[in-house]
Design a protein. Structure first.
Length: 333
C-alpha cells in the first residue's frame, strides 16, 4: 500500500487574472482524478504573486477563502519568475513538488504520468520537453535554439533543448535545488546541475489559454545572458583569445608594412593606419572589459547577500473579506 503523500503545486503568477480561473478549474479536475486512483494523495496549491499589477492577488484571496488547499505568497514588488520558483520551493510542504505556469502552456494533464514516473523509483524528476515551437516567431525560435547550442558548448552543465520549468520533483531533489541559494538564479541550469535521474516527456507547444506573456524578446535575451554567465566561465577566456589574435594581426601589419616599404618603396600613410589600430584595439579592450564587468556585477550582487524575495502578504495574514469584516464590526458594536 502506498504511503500518504502530499503534492505541492507551485505556480508563479504575474498578471494572470484572466487565466487563473481556467487554471484552477483544470488543476482541481486533474487532482481529483489522481486522488481517485491514488487515495493516499493530497494536494496543496501554492501560488506566488510576483507583484502583479492586475487583480491576480484579489483572485488568489478569493481562492484561499474558497479552498483550504490554496495557499499564496504575495511579493512586495516584482522580483521575477526565478524568485517566484525559489519562494515556492522554499515554502512548499509536499513530499513532491510541481513547478508549473498558470497560463496552461504546461498542461496539468501531464501530472498523472509524471507522478507514475517518479513513484516507480526509477526517476527523481519528470519534466516536459517541447519538440516544436509552434506559435512562436521564427526569429525567437532561432535565437532560442542558438542559445541552447552555445550553452551546451561552453558549459559543463548540459541543458536539454526545449526543456521546461514544468517539473515534478521528489523532496530530495527539491532540497538539493534549495541548497543552491545564489541570488542570480537560472533554474534551467540549476535543475540540470544538481543531477538526479530525469524523465523527459515530449509534447507539442501549447499556446496560452488567455492573457499575454510577460516575456519580451529583450527579457528573454537578458535571461539567456544570466544562464551563460551563471554556468560558464568561457566568456572570460574570450579576452585571452582576442588579445592573442590582435597581437598576431599587429605583427602581420608590421611585417607587411616593412616589406611593402623596402621592396616597393611605397610611403606609409600614418594617419589611416593609426586610426584603424586605435579603433581596433580600443574596441577589443572595451569588449573584454565589458565581459569582466558583467561577471564582476554578478559577484557584487552575490556578496551583498540581499534576500531573493520579500513577502508582503500570505493566506495567513490577508485582509478579511468585506462580509466578514462587516460581521466582525457588528459583533464588536
Amino acid at each position: 500500500m502506498e504511503k500518504a503523500s502530499l503534492i505541492s503545486v507551485i505556480v508563479p503568477c504575474y498578471n494572470e487574472e484572466e487565466v487563473l480561473p481556467l487554471f484552477y478549474a483544470e488543476i482541481t479536475k486533474i487532482s481529483a482524478q489522481m486522488t481517485d486512483k491514488h487515495p493516499n494523495l493530497r494536494f496543496e496549491y501554492l501560488f506566488i504573486d510576483d507583484g502583479s499589477k492586475d487583480h491576480t492577488l484579489r483572485d488568489l484571496r478569493a481562492l484561499a477563502v474558497k479552498d483550504e488547499r490554496v495557499r499564496f505568497i504575495s511579493f512586495s514588488r516584482n522580483f521575477g519568475k526565478e524568485a517566484g520558483i525559489y519562494a515556492g520551493l522554499q515554502n512548499a510542504k509536499g513530499d513532491y513538488c510541481v513547478v508549473m505556469d498558470a497560463d496552461l502552456q504546461h498542461p496539468p494533464s501531464f501530472l498523472p504520468v509524471m507522478y507514475e514516473a517518479v513513484l516507480s523509483g526509477e526517476y527523481d524528476c519528470a519534466t516536459t520537453r517541447r519538440v516544436s515551437r509552434k506559435g512562436e516567431s521564427k526569429v525567437r525560435s532561432w535565437f532560442a535554439r542558438l542559445f541552447y547550442r552555445i550553452m551546451n558548448k561552453i558549459s559543463q552543465t548540459e541543458i536539454v533543448d526545449g526543456a521546461q520549468d514544468f517539473r515534478f520533483m521528489t523532496r530530495q531533489m527539491v532540497d538539493a535545488v534549495l541548497s543552491m541559494s545564489e541570488y542570480n538564479r537560472f533554474s534551467k541550469g540549476i535543475f540540470s546541475w544538481v543531477g538526479f535521474r530525469v524523465k523527459y516527456l515530449e509534447y507539442e507547444n501549447v499556446e496560452r489559454a488567455a492573457g499575454t506573456t510577460a516575456w519580451s524578446f529583450w527579457g528573454l535575451f537578458r535571461y539567456s545572458i544570466e544562464g551563460i554567465i551563471g554556468f560558464s566561465t568561457a566568456p572570460l577566456s574570450i579576452a585571452v583569445v582576442l588579445g592573442l589574435i590582435s597581437c598576431l594581426i599587429a605583427v602581420f601589419i608590421v611585417i607587411f608594412t616593412i616589406v611593402k616599404t623596402l621592396a616597393f618603396g611605397e610611403s606609409v600613410d600614418g594617419f589611416p593606419t593609426l586610426m584603424c589600430s586605435i579603433f581596433f584595439l580600443g574596441g577589443l579592450q572595451l569588449f573584454c572589459t565589458g565581459i569582466l564587468g558583467i561577471y564582476l556585477s554578478k559577484t557584487y550582487l552575490e556578496v551583498k547577500h540581499r534576500p531573493i524575495y520579500l513577502v508582503r502578504e500570505t493566506e495567513k495574514n490577508m485582509p478579511a473579506p468585506p462580509e466578514a469584516a462587516a460581521e466582525q464590526a457588528s459583533e464588536q458594536a
